[in-house]
Design a protein around this ligand. Structure first.
Ligand SMILES: Nc1nc2c(ncn2[C@@H]2O[C@H](COP(=O)(O)OP(=O)(O)OP(=O)(O)O)[C@@H](O)[C@H]2O)c(=O)[nH]1
Ligand SMILES: [Mg+2]
Length: 396
């Protein structure tokens, strides 16, 4: 009876459940189809965030943290990043043209006057060198630099029978200038991980905010993700000015209301930069002519507060100076340098002065690297400082 019923059960089972081999027949093609679907999805939808097209990569990330959410509310609406190449639209050759045009006043002060001097004199003597010294000095190169250049020329050309050609003298001065700066620019203090934080300081009207906008354009064009921080809360117009750059470049801007504590805006900026994993954070600051103690307090508070979020920040602190301010700009380097540790200078408005030699004077006096120079109001008019390009544009 028992045997009969177990046989019956076995028969019933064998008719309703397929054996293990027939399951495999369905399982294998099903798995292959699933794998194929996964492969197609990965190819079409899943990309590493770093490889997103620029217009998507620059879209603000939804922040989870409360502080960042508050800041994210004020983020500018993204626009198409292709605008950046239109805004910059510069090639190396057009930059050299701009640089040459921008330095034309200083060049005529140097090459024009000194060239004419060499054309009018018949003998290479102390009198000629004195006049040459005077011309160099008038370009704001400073006494030490003028001394150095004159001694180099004296050493090279004194005692020669023939008067040296202007071309030979110009070549000598180009070499001296490149020698003062060195061939290679000082390396930037880059973070090993996380955003590079650049704090931009300077007195009012020197071109801080405009330079930040121009720098942002340049970094975006190099494929970097950028965040701007409106740390100048003194005037509503200053916040607006940075926001306009943010809109133009499709770059988010962290900002608070006018009158807010600049240190807390900077703190939100660093926090957002970390959360969004941006490459560069540029922090604008107010350009009031502070008394020294107020300036010290505000800048050191900004530094202290952002270091709570990112201990090694700011990686770079750049002082913006207006070259048309001449010796006043030199004094600003000293004043700010005494208060904050400057890691670079941005020298603006070289197009508006015959005293563009001030760059050489400042560098040989304070040995602070010149990071960027500005030769006009357009975004493409600010570029990395290269001593050879500068020297070639001055003496030609
Ligand atoms: N010609 C010329 N103008 C420049 C250059 N850089 C900046 N400017 C102009 O200088 C003016 C002041 O620039 P801002 O960027 O507002 O200066 P700021 O230092 O931020 O000023 P505050 O915020 O008031 O302290 C603007 O009209 C800029 O267009 C330059 O290299 N050449
Ligand atoms: Mg400003």
């Amino acid at each position: 009876m028992l045997t009969w019923s177990s046989n019956l059960q076995a028969q019933t089972l064998s008719t309703t459940i397929p054996d293990s081999n027939s399951w495999l027949i369905y399982l294998i093609p099903l798995s292959l189809v699933a794998l194929l679907i996964l492969f197609i999805l990965k190819k079409t939808h899943w990309k590493h965030p770093k490889t997103l097209p620029p217009e998507q990569a620059l879209k603000p990330v939804i922040a989870r943290d409360d502080a960042i959410e508050a800041a994210a509310e004020t983020v500018a609406e993204p626009r198409v990043a292709a605008d950046v190449s239109e805004i910059l639209g510069d090639s190396q050759s057009s930059w050299l043209g701009r640089l040459r045009d921008g330095l034309s006043k200083t060049r005529s002060q140097l090459s024009g006057s000194i060239g004419a001097l060499f054309g009018s004199k018949k003998v290479f003597n102390d009198e000629l060198l004195e006049e040459l010294h005077e011309n160099l000095y008038r370009s704001d190169m400073g006494v030490e630099t003028a001394d150095r250049m004159v001694s180099a020329l004296r050493k090279k050309f004194s005692g020669q029978d023939a008067m040296p050609s202007w071309e030979a003298v110009a070549q000598s001065m180009r070499e001296e200038i490149v020698g003062i700066f060195g061939e290679e620019p000082a390396p930037l203090n880059r973070p090993t991980k996380g955003p590079m934080v650049i704090l931009v300081v300077g007195v009012n009207g020197v071109g801080k905010t405009t330079s930040i906008g121009k720098l942002a354009a340049r970094y975006v064009s190099e494929g970097k993700s950028v965040l701007l921080c409106a740390g100048d809360t003194f005037r509503a117009a200053a916040i607006e000015q940075l926001s306009v750059w943010g809109d133009r470049l499709n770059v988010p801007v962290i900002k608070h209301q006018q009158g807010a504590d600049p240190a807390s805006v900077a703190f939100d900026g660093v926090k957002a930069a970390k959360a969004r994993e941006v490459d560069v954070l540029l922090i604008d600051t107010a350009g009031r002519l502070h008394s020294k103690s107020e300036l010290m307090d505000e800048l050191s508070k900004i530094k202290r507060v952002i270091q709570k979020e990112l201990p090694e920040a700011p990686h770079e602190t750049w002082l913006v100076i207006d070259s048309t301010n001449g010796q006043n700009a030199v004094a600003q380097v000293k004043a700010f340098g005494d208060l904050v540790q400057l890691t670079g200078l941005v020298v603006t408005k070289l197009d508006g002065t015959a005293k563009g030699g001030v760059i050489v004077g400042i560098h040989s006096k304070y040995h602070i690297p010149i990071r960027y120079i500005g030769v006009g109001e357009k975004a493409a008019d600010l570029k990395e400082f290269k001593p050879k390009e500068y020297a070639d544009s001055l003496f030609s």
